[in-house]
Design a binder for this molecule. Sequence first.
Ligand code: ZN
Length: 483
Amino acid sequence: MPAVRLHVPLPLREFAGGRSTLELEAGSVADALAAVRADHPSLADRLLAEDGSVRPYVNLFLDGRDVRALTAEERQIDAASELTIVPSIAGGSPLGREEKIRYHRQLILPGLGAAGQEKLRAASVLVVGAGGLGSPAALYLAAAGVGRIGLVDGDRVELSNLHRQILHGTADVGERKTASGRARLQDLNPGVEVVEIPERLTSDNALQAMEGWNVVIDGSDNFPTRYLVNDACVLLGLPLVYGAIFRFDGQASVFTAEGGPCYRCLFRDPPPAGLVPGCAEAGVLGVLPGIVGSIQAAEAIKLIAGLGKPLVGRLLLIDVLEGEFRTLEVRRDPECPACGDAPTITGLIDYEAFCGVDTDESTQLDIPDDFRLPVPTPEVGARELREMLDTGWDGLLVDVREMEEHEMSNLDDLGAVALPVVQLEARLGELDPDQDSVWFCRTGRRSAEVVEFLHSRGFDRAFNLAGGINGWAREVDPELPVY
Ligand code: ZN
C-alpha cells in the first residue's frame, strides 16, 4: 500500500504523540482515517464522529484540495500524497497540556469544564485596590486562570498592611503595591498577564483606565473611589463586583450588571465626612477582607464563566463575629442619578467634594492603610536579660508591681528596685533618662505601657522585660514561684 504523510496541526499534536506528521499506509482517504483510528485512537476521536465521518469543524486536504470536494476516485492515494488536517480556529487555542494539569480540579467541575476555562483565559478583570480585598480577589483570579488582571493602586506596601493584604510580603515593604502584587501573581501563575496601574483612580483617569475590561472588582477603601468606580462602571456598561468591610462586618454584591442595581441605588449619597471611620480608627480583622475578597473573586468567575446565580440585586451581609451570612434584596432604583431611567450623572464628577472629603486631608485617603502601627515597645527577653547581667550590664532593673505582688516573687537579689506604677509620675525626676533600664511586672503588659510612657518622656534607653517576672521564672529561674 502507498504511504501517505498526515500533517497534524499544533492543537492536535498531543494526541499524535507530539508529532507534527504521521506516516500512514493507505490507499485512500478512508484507509488513512482507518489507520488513524487504529494507531492513534485519541486523535481519531478529535477528527471523526461516531459514524466515522469527519467532524464538521475539521477539514481534510489531500494534496492541497479539500477532501469534501473530491470524488471517490480522487480520494485515492498515490505514493507521496500529503494529507493535511485543518481545524477550525476561533481566535483562541485549545487548552494546552500544562493548562489541563494546572486547572484540572476546576476543569472537572460540572458547568465549568474546558469551555469555562477558555472563557476565563480570554477574560480580563480590573482589581481596584491591591489591598485587603484586592489581595485574595487577585490571587484567586490568577490561580483560576483569568487571562488578564489589572491592579490599580497608588500606594506602597507598609508593614501594617500585611495582616490582611496577603498579596504582599515582608520583603515588599516600601515597594509599590502594583509591582509587589504583579510579582506575586506571576509567580502563582505565569500564564496570566498582569497589568500595573500604579495610580489612584481620579475623575481624570478612571474612564481610560477602566475601559476595555470585562469585570471590575472594587477593593477600594474610601467613598470617593467607590462612587467614582460605580459611576464609571455605569457609564462604561461594566459589571462591578462590590465588597466592603468594617471591623467584623462585610458586604458583597454585583452592581451595574444588566438590569441590576448600582451602588447608588443602594447608597445614593455618601455619609457625611467623619461619620464612618476608616480602617485607621475602626480596625479590621485581617481574615474578614480575605472572606469578602474571595467572594468577590467567586462572583467575577461566575460572571465570566456564566456559572450559577450572581449576586445581582442582592446584598450579601457577612457577620464574622456571629458567624452569619444573610442576603437582602436590592432593587434598581428608577430614580437613581447614575443608572436610573433619567440619569443626572452623565460624566464623572468631583468625588472628593461629593463625599465631603477635605482636599487637604485627601492625601490621607491615598493610604489605604491610614493607620500607623506604633513603634514596637523596646524589650528584652528573660534569657537576654540573664546574659546582660552575666556580662556586666549595670543598668537599672525596676519592678512596677504592687507591694502585695512583690511578696509573692521578686528579683531583689538581682538588685531590682520597686517603683509601683502609681508612683511613677511623681518619682520620674529621680531617674536618669539616659541610663539603661529594664522594667518588669507580672506578665510584661503593664511594664510595656510604662516603657512606652517613659519613651514619650525621653527615656530612650528603657526596655520592657518581655513575659514579666513569670517569664523570668519559667525561662531562667524555676525556683521562683509563678503566680
Ligand atoms: Zn443605580
